[in-house]
Write a protein that binds this ligand. Structure first.
Ligand code: ATP
Ligand code: MG
Length: 330
């Protein structure tokens, strides 16, 4: 049985990209593997959330996890900061992580560009915390989107380095989880590459129908094809990609044919897409609303998840400290 670990930052609500790129796969995996799914609220501090928002964000994302079908009876679902052992392993791993390699990480370079006024050390050491999250449960499989490949490679390197530094074979080198299909990247509707929380272009699982209609109708398009079977520009391809995951195949086929014969009306296509997204999201949204108002249930899930995660994490930290050379004197 594989041990699987994956987390999602609590900086904002889940969007269609998180769902199709990650959470949908978590739901599938939990049946056959020992899974740890967590809400990365330590990681979220790199963008300095307000204290009055932090807890609400955690509660919201947890409700969304559960509404999507992650089952706390099968998987260990927990909040990262409820497992302080991860902070201790992060400290220990930081001693063997080199500033040069951290500075060369693509995500760090991107953050420097995106938030030049807040280049904190947490951003620099983000891959070390991510490695700690994963190897603290001795995971061998990690389901990540395409955007996380380099971080996973660093996790493997830190695990390997620890093993060779102390001459042990303690940490497995985790691999990307293979679903037997290509990784999906959900694009934004603003013509950009990726739907993302920091991109500000998310269609959220908690969006009410009116909001979805507004967002979809605003999607970037062009003036339409002028000759049959013309190559599709990126913003139009993006509309079709999203349609591909939420609509019936016959609907996609219909609009593809209209495009090929230059008869497409984008207004019509967007209306259909909005309704199909609403049809997909509505039942999930209702569950989110019900679960998020049930504080007792959420507290129970958090408590039980924290206990299970801590049991696994503290055993690892104890072993690691012993390997490093700490000896119990009392
Ligand atoms: P941020 O902007 O804060 O990085 P995000 O929207 O990229 O947020 P994350 O919390 O970084 O979301 O990602 C959680 C999971 O969702 C990861 O496994 C990531 O690969 C996946 N993911 C995020 N955006 C997309 C997307 N547009 N398509 C497919 N997968 C995605
Ligand atoms: Mg991201």
């Amino acid at each position: 049985m594989d041990i699987v670990v994956s987390g999602i930052r609590s900086t904002g609500n889940l969007h269609l990209g998180n769902y199709f790129g990650a959470v949908r796969n978590f739901v599938k995996m939990q049946h056959e593997n020992k899974c740890f799914f967590f809400i990365a609220d330590y990681h979220s501090l790199t963008t300095h959330p307000k204290p009055e928002d932090l807890q609400g964000n955690i509660k919201q994302v947890l409700s969304e996890f559960l509404a999507c079908g992650i089952d706390p009876e099968m998987a260990t679902v927990f909040v990262q900061s409820d497992v302080p052992e991860v902070a201790e392993l992060y400290l220990l791993l930081n001693m063997n992580a080199y500033v040069g390699e951290l500075q060369r990480t693509a995500s760090f370079k991107e953050k420097i560009r995106k938030q030049p006024d807040n280049i904190n050390a947490g951003l620099l050491t983000y891959p070390v915390l991510m490695a700690a999250d994963i190897i603290i449960h001795k995971a061998n499989k990690v389901p990540v989107g395409k955007d996380q490949e380099q971080h996973l490679e660093m996790t493997r390197r830190f695990a390997r380095r620890f093993n060779s530094m102390y001459g042990v074979n303690y940490f497995p080198e985790p691999e990307a989880y293979n679903f037997g299909s290509r990784l999906i990247k959900i694009p934004g509707l603003d013509g950009s590459g990726k739907m993302g929380k920091s991109e500000g272009n998310g269609i959220f699982l908690s969006d009410p129908p009116e909001e979805i209609r507004k967002k979809v109708m605003r999607a970037v398009t062009d003036s339409g094809p002028v000759e049959p079977n013309q190559k599709m520009p990126v913003p139009i391809k993006n509309l079709f990609t999203i349609m591909g995951v939420v609509s019936e195949p016959s609907t996609v086929k219909h609009f593809r044919e209209k495009y090929a014969s230059c008869e497409i009306r984008y207004g019509e296509m967007k209306k259909q897409l909005a309704e199909d997204i609403i049809r997909f999201i509505s039942p999930v949204r209702e569950k989110i609303l019900a679960i998020s108002s049930d504080d007792r249930y959420l507290a129970k899930v958090m408590k039980e998840g924290a206990e299970k995660a801590r049991a696994s994490a503290s055993a690892t930290v104890r072993d690691v400290k012993e390997i490093i050379g700490y000896r119990k004197m009392f």
